[in-house]
Design a protein around this ligand. Structure first.
Ligand SMILES: *Cc1c(COP(=O)(O)O)cnc(C)c1O
Length: 333
């Protein structure tokens, strides 16, 4: 992950490189992500909710944590609202007003340049009240940077207009895929998420980004079955010959979904292991007839090549990461 951050930092040129760590660091564990990337040199982190702030405070050092959802009425009174390392990303004029009324000082601001999701609209950028803010980062978010879409250039043009109207210390537009679009899109700070965690939103990153998350599962039990025996719920698999099977501690409640059965494969010391029948909530069955040295309490590795699994399952690489369940031990090497 640190190597991925450094790669993205190189590609960001003179711009600094932050890290989106929302959704528990895309499912991998936000505290460890912040700790690791802080050591690599990252000083700008992003979460979505104020609830995500507390566990990260001990790891921030002199870094800043931005809360992308800004300040809603529910957030008033949040103990971290005025914390010196934390700032909201203000998204609307009511949020701007609320922040000023709360006595907030330094903040970030999000401009909507055509995604029509969060952010001040282009019509709001000349509003007088914005001049009362002390803005660190003025940012926008690209909707289609993972494609060669004319929307990228259109958003860039609008962001330049916003930049000339809004005084801020730094400007930021690019997510992971946006970094690939080059120097015009980098401004002062980039905000990768997916690619830090091994996701590959554009083929240009194929040989540069390394896999980060590799789920492993333990064999709870092995058994020998006969030709004609059935496996799992609804008996969707019938053995056409005698086989040895392994029952593993992994299921759809861990984010290893039923739809992975056809695409999912496991591995043990370079030997491929297919899944048999339905994936259960907490278990799956595999064929280990041809595999040596697998027994109760052996560990099998899930092949978790994000672009390929995404193509095979129809889930996005983001979903494949953020769905990883809370029952995994997350071991960092
Ligand atoms: C999630 C997010 C990012 C990171 O995007 P990736 O596509 O994961 O690189 C950057 N900026 C904002 C505003 C985000 O919400």
């Amino acid at each position: 992950m640190a190597a991925n951050w450094r790669t993205l930092d190189d590609m960001s040129g003179k711009a600094a490189t932050g890290a989106a760590v929302k959704a528990d660091g895309y499912g991998l564990g936000a505290a460890e992500v912040v700790e690791t990337l802080y050591k690599a040199g990252c000083r700008d982190f992003y979460v979505a909710h104020w609830q995500e702030v507390a566990p990260l405070i001990p790891f921030l050092g002199d870094a800043k944590l931005s809360v992308l959802h800004g300040v809603s009425p529910l957030d008033v009174g949040n103990p971290y609202l005025l914390h010196p390392n934390v700032k909201p990303v203000l998204n609307s004029l009511p949020q701007v007003q609320r922040w000023l009324e709360l006595g907030g000082s330094i903040c970030d601001i999000m401009i909507d340049t055509g995604m029509n999701r969060l952010g001040l609209s282009m019509g709001d950028i000349t509003a007088e009240i914005i001049r009362n803010l002390d803005i660190d980062v003025c940012m926008s978010h690209l909707a289609s940077a993972d494609q060669d879409s004319p929307q990228n250039g259109a958003q860039l043009a609008d962001f330049r207009v916003a930049k000339s109207n809004i005084a801020a210390r730094r400007y930021s537009l690019s997510n992971s895929a946006g970094i690939v679009l080059g120097a015009d899109y980098a401004f002062d700070l980039t905000r990768p998420g997916l690619a830090l965690y091994g996701g590959i939103p554009r083929t240009e990153l194929n040989d540069r980004i390394r896999q980060v998350a590799t789920p492993e599962t333990m064999v709870l039990q092995t058994r020998d079955i006969r030709a004609g025996d059935k496996v799992g719920y609804n008996a969707t698999f019938t053995a056409d010959r005698d086989m040895r099977i392994a029952i593993c501690t992994l299921g759809y409640a861990d984010g290893y979904l039923r739809s992975f059965a056809e695409n999912g494969r496991l591995q043990h010391q370079e030997q491929y292991i297919p899944i048999l029948g339905r994936i259960s909530m907490d278990l799956l069955c595999t064929n280990i007839s041809h595999v040596t040295e697998v027994d109760e309490s052996s560990w099998l590795t899930c092949i978790y090549d994000l672009p390929r699994l995404s193509a095979g399952t129809g889930l996005s690489q983001y979903e494949l990461l953020t769905n990883l369940g809370t029952r995994f031990d997350r071991n960092w090497y």
